[in-house]
Design a protein around this ligand. Structure first.
Ligand code: AMP
Ligand code: GLY
Length: 420
């Protein structure tokens, strides 16, 4: 079959790598792709937020199946447009994608579903939001309601910080995304991510991960899109996993179906776990980046069968073949990220890294011209290793990192420290 993946990050490189291992894939196109993806698949320049343009491309290229990587096209209804044109699509409708696109929507769904999550207030009025912060005190968490590229959440240690966050949000710093604000109780515990495939009826867990959001070693400094991740997450014991499914995921899916907007795709469940009790931090409606790189390394070619079963509504027939393995991914970023950084530096030594089912350098923000690879993004590479133990996966990963000759790149040396 002919498959199109939408996106250009490390997540999409990992999805492409996994899909290509499945003999069902005859032709793979990624739009727009990047300098690593172009080595293994065709890349097409396409406005992936324009559903009409994507549908036209799919007709012209006889695409059979479309996998939507990032949240923006999902929230923009690209999946709906493609399904209306008769295509098989992996990824939720715009209405179901509100589980990521609107924090207050998710809170309302949790209320209706009885899913445990932080207590909250939802505000459209600055003065009322200020009064709530003053009444609750710090620590407290202030969130812009809409999509804010990972920057719309302020975990405020002090009341002054929370009030300043409200000034920013109601002052228009986050545009439309900040016109509504959710203020949450600060939750304590350990965080983990849980990935569950859903076809509208059946929920099938496909793995757990923990990521490192901060730029600095020891989990310090500013937040990023994610500087590394590992799978599985030790905190996701069988008990916690079962409770998360029974108390959070399944009730949410039932509520989405009851609303007439069943959820189809991967549900990325961000959890806070304390005393083996999981509470929901947030939903995302796509794979995590870089969590996906670790997950795909573990799932390999069966990923395509699973994603197809989601799109075709036959997940109840599927099982996941687990190996008792571990994967770990280290992000190499351009110096300066998540602040301003330079583009265009040359990356060497990539050809010295092994490429097999235990070693992969996924590209996140690169361009390729002939054999020359240059950095074009903040997060640039996601170096990923797999092994029988997390230690083995980490050693393989850092051995590849050491081979990469890129003086303008930075990375954390401590990915996985909590579990190691
Ligand atoms: P989110 O974008 O909602 O995942 O929030 C980003 C990060 O902020 C999460 O990964 C948590 O580390 C933190 N966070 C969000 N909500 C809360 C909360 N209610 N209590 C404690 N930490 C939170
Ligand atoms: N790594 C976190 C995310 O993809 O949102």
């Amino acid at each position: 079959m002919n498959i199109l993946i939408l996106g250009s990050g490390g997540r999409e490189h990992a999805l492409a790598w996994a899909v290509l291992q499945n003999p069902k894939c005859d032709r793979l196109i990624v739009a727009p792709g990047n300098g690593g993806i172009s080595e293994i698949a065709e890349c097409a320049s396409l406005d992936i937020l324009d559903g009409g343009a994507v549908a036209g491309f799919c007709e012209a290229e006889a695409v059979d199946f479309i996998i939507i990587g990032p949240e923006a096209p999902l929230a923009a209804g690209v999946g709906d447009r493609l399904r209306a044109a008769g295509f098989l699509v992996f990824g939720p409708s715009a209405e179901a994608a509100r589980l990521e696109a609107s924090k207050s929507f998710t809170k309302a769904v949790c209320d209706a579903a009885g899913a445990p999550t932080a207590a909250y207030g939802h505000f459209t009025d600055h003065a009322a939001a200020r009064a709530h912060v003053i009444a609750q005190g710090a620590p407290i968490v202030v969130k812009a309601d809409g999509l804010a590229a990972g920057k719309g959440v302020i975990v405020a240690e002090t009341e002054a910080e929370a009030l300043a966050a409200l000034d920013d949000m109601f002052g228009g710093e986050f545009g439309e995304a900040g016109a509504e604000v959710v203020i949450e109780e600060f939750m304590t515990g350990e965080e983990a991510s849980f990935f569950v495939l859903c076809d509208g009826e059946t929920a099938l867990p496909i793995g757990t991960a923990q990521d490192h959001k901060r730029i600095g070693e020891g989990d310090t400094g500013p937040n990023t899109g994610g500087m590394g991740a590992y799978s599985p997450a030790p905190v996701m014991t069988d008990t916690v996993t079962q409770r998360a499914l029974d108390e959070i995921v399944r009730p949410t899916l039932t509520e989405m179906t009851r609303r007439g907007t069943p959820y189809q795709g991967v549900l990325f469940v961000g959890l806070m776990i304390e005393n083996e009790a999981p509470r929901l931090v947030e939903y995302n409606v796509r794979f995590g980046d870089p969590e996906c790189q670790a997950l795909m390394m573990r799932l390999g070619g069966q990923a395509l069968d699973l994603l197809l079963a989601v799109a075709e509504g036959r997940l109840s027939d599927m099982t996941v073949n687990w190996a008792e393995d571990h994967a770990l991914t280290v992000v190499m970023a351009a110096r300066g990220y998540p602040g301003s950084y330079e583009k265009g530096s040359r990356i060497k030594g990539l050809e010295t890294c092994p490429e097999d089912s235990f070693h992969m350098v996924f590209h996140a923000g690169t361009d390729r011209s002939g054999t020359e690879v240059t950095a074009t993004g903040g997060r640039v590479l996601a170096v990923t290793g797999r092994g029988d133990t997390l230690r083995e996966a980490a050693d393989r990963t850092y051995d590849m990192v050491a081979r990469i000759d890129w003086p303008e790149g930075v990375y954390r040396r401590d990915i996985g420290w909590r579990a190691l």
